[in-house]
Design a protein around this ligand. Structure first.
Ligand code: J2J
Length: 543
């Protein structure tokens, strides 16, 4: 079976996970088929004017699977998928996975630099895009990817394609009816590649198997109380791991529930959908939760159907957490997860104190957690340390990236999350920050190195250091300290120059501060890390 080679779980652990019933030997394609048989006529997904039943979604996935195979895309090959919150995303994702073709999920915010990099690292043979979304024409990205990557054989547009455009093909040409080429992939194979938030500039790809992902999805659906009566609202980008799997739209499908795709998290859009579709559960990052809390006072929308608001992706402050239930009437669920695997939830019946002040506890009794000091030695119970984890749905290594694997995993297979946490006596985690320099901008992860590399490429910039500064709304925002060569380029010019380098807008520094020199950190040769620490302190003082 062609497949994506990956850092596998050791045989003893894999056997244990199978024997425990975590890994059930079912592919995601077969799982969808079974859900469709069980719930055929129920509504699976609502997006725009489209409503698909479970039977229809299953059929749409079949058509994509058949179409890509008929066009010569082989099982095991990778396809970059960059689609917004539209039903076609589900058809393409589930169709490719059913065919054993491996989707690689990009976010709609990604631009040429990120897409080039993702295509290179994954060795993609095709790229699926919308025509235009949020006023951005993805077809220009598609053409440039075709021009720069000889290995990309198809750019597939879910939307309008001009007749005579030689570089672009319509998704309709990748829909078929002939399922004779379809072979159910092994459940132990890699179903798709997720993107890591990343603390360095280059994308790290996260290989998730059918077995391990379905386990986390099933358990999450149970923990979050999903049933056929649930209606799950997707307001975050649908390709992100949180709305995909915690319990996400896959958890909704597992339960026979209905998925509602919102084109935007803006209160006017999302609240209207909550009222119309009687949404029962939604997942947000802290800035969206805060925006909803503020908007509740002035909306006339009926939000009474909302039973659970999940918040995760970045730290939710206890003060904002405490406002959720009194304001929205919904139970708050904090979710601390990562695309690499481990997900923690507060439970719906936890007491208010636990819900407001912790980031939850793991899904599985077999999630192994270690909290250690800088030398990997466990800290005293209750003390703050680095979180390391290993378990039935946490990867043992990134996709083809030996250097990152040596850094990010211990010799005994624990993933170094980079998060600083403590654990309560009841086993709940509290997140205190990150040990790495990664900036968590309201749930969107920014690598300082990546932005610095682009800044110093500007002819007027001698050196640049990017750090996080506390922000009431985002939690953290980014600030670039720049040493100019001679003239100071106005910050807006520098910002648009960064954007024009083909970088996602959320990576453009929120603030640019010119300095003549960086502070001395008093430790001889200054490391970037020390420098960032000193500048973070300086920025906090000035704020
Ligand atoms: C503090 N930091 C958090 C939280 C994530 C569910 C939920 C979130 C993600 C996600 C996910 C946090 N409080 N509640 O994949 O399935 C930070 C941590 C973590 C990193 C992972 C899911 N929830 N974080 O956010 O891969 O630093 O996944 O290591 O994007 O986000 O980011 P990502």
């Amino acid at each position: 079976m062609p497949g994506v080679p990956t850092q596998e779980w050791p045989v003893a652990d894999a056997t244990r996970y199978r024997d425990a019933g975590y890994w059930q030997g079912e592919s995601i394609g077969a799982w969808l088929r079974a859900r469709a048989a069980q719930h055929a006529e129920r509504t699976a997904v609502v997006g725009g004017s489209t409503r698909w039943s479970y039977a229809r979604l299953d059929q749409e996935a079949d058509r994509v699977a058949a179409g890509f195979l008929a066009r010569g895309v082989q099982p095991g090959e990778r396809v970059v998928v960059q689609l917004p919150n539209v039903p076609e995303f589900l058809a393409v994702m589930l169709g490719l996975i059913r065919a054993g073709i491996v989707p690689v999920f990009a976010l709609p915010a990604h631009r040429q630099t990120e897409i080039d990099n993702i295509a290179t690292v994954s060795g993609a043979v095709a790229y699926v895009i919308p025509a235009v979304h949020e006023k951005f024409d993805y077809r220009t990205l598609g053409r440039s990817l075709r021009a720069s990557h000889a290995t990309v054989r198809h750019v597939v547009v879910a939307g309008v394609v001009e007749q005579d455009d030689p570089d672009l093909e319509s998704l309709d040409a990748f829909r078929g009816d002939d399922l004779s080429l379809l072979i159910d992939p092994p459940s132990s194979s890699v179903a798709f590649l997720q993107l890591s938030g990343g603390s360095t500039g280059l994308s790290k790809l996260i290989p998730r198997t059918h077995d391990d992902y379905l386990y986390s999805v099933r358990e999450s659906a149970t923990i979050c109380g999903l049933s056929p009566a649930s209606v799950y609202l997707v307001v975050l980008p649908v390709a992100h791991n949180f709305p995909m799997s915690s319990p996400g739209f896959l958890g909704a499908l597992d339960a026979g529930a209905c998925i509602v795709l919102s084109p935007s998290p803006a209160p006017d859009v999302a609240f209207a959908l909550i009222e119309q579709e009687r949404v029962t559960i939604a997942a947000a990052v802290p800035p969206i939760a805060l925006m909803w809390l503020e908007a509740k006072a002035i909306t006339s929308a009926d939000l009474s159907s909302l039973e659970v608001l999940q918040v995760g992706g970045a730290k939710l402050t206890p003060a904002i957490a405490a406002r959720v239930t009194p304001t929205l009437g919904a139970t708050l669920q904090q979710v601390f997860g990562m695309a690499e695997g481990l997900v923690n939830y507060t439970r719906l019946d936890d007491d208010v104190d636990t819900i407001c002040n912790t980031q939850g506890r793991p899904i599985s009794a077999d999630d192994e957690l270690r909290i250690v000091d800088d030398d990997d030695v466990p800290v005293a119970p209750g003390a703050i340390g680095h979180l390391q984890t290993r378990g039935p749905y946490t990867i043992r290594g990134y996709y083809q990236n030996a250097a990152a694997n040596a850094r990010s995993f211990t010799d005994d297979g624990f993933y170094r999350t980079g998060d600083l946490v403590s654990r309560t006596a009841a086993g709940y985690l509290v997140v205190h920050g990150r040990a790495t320099d990664q900036i968590n901008r309201g749930g969107e992860k920014v690598s300082p190195e990546e932005v610095e590399d682009h800044l110093v490429a500007h002819p007027a910039v001698l050196d640049a250091v990017v750090v996080s500064v506390p922000d009431d709304y985002l939690g953290e925002r980014s600030c670039a300290f720049v040493i100019p060569r001679a003239e100071r380029v106005p910050p807006p010019v520098l910002k648009s120059w960064i954007r024009n380098r083909g970088l996602a807008a959320y990576k453009v520094p929120d603030q640019i501060v010119f300095v003549d020199a960086f502070p001395s950190t008093g430790v001889g040769k200054t490391s970037r890390k020390d420098l960032r620490g000193a500048l973070r302190a300086l920025a906090a003082e000035q704020a």
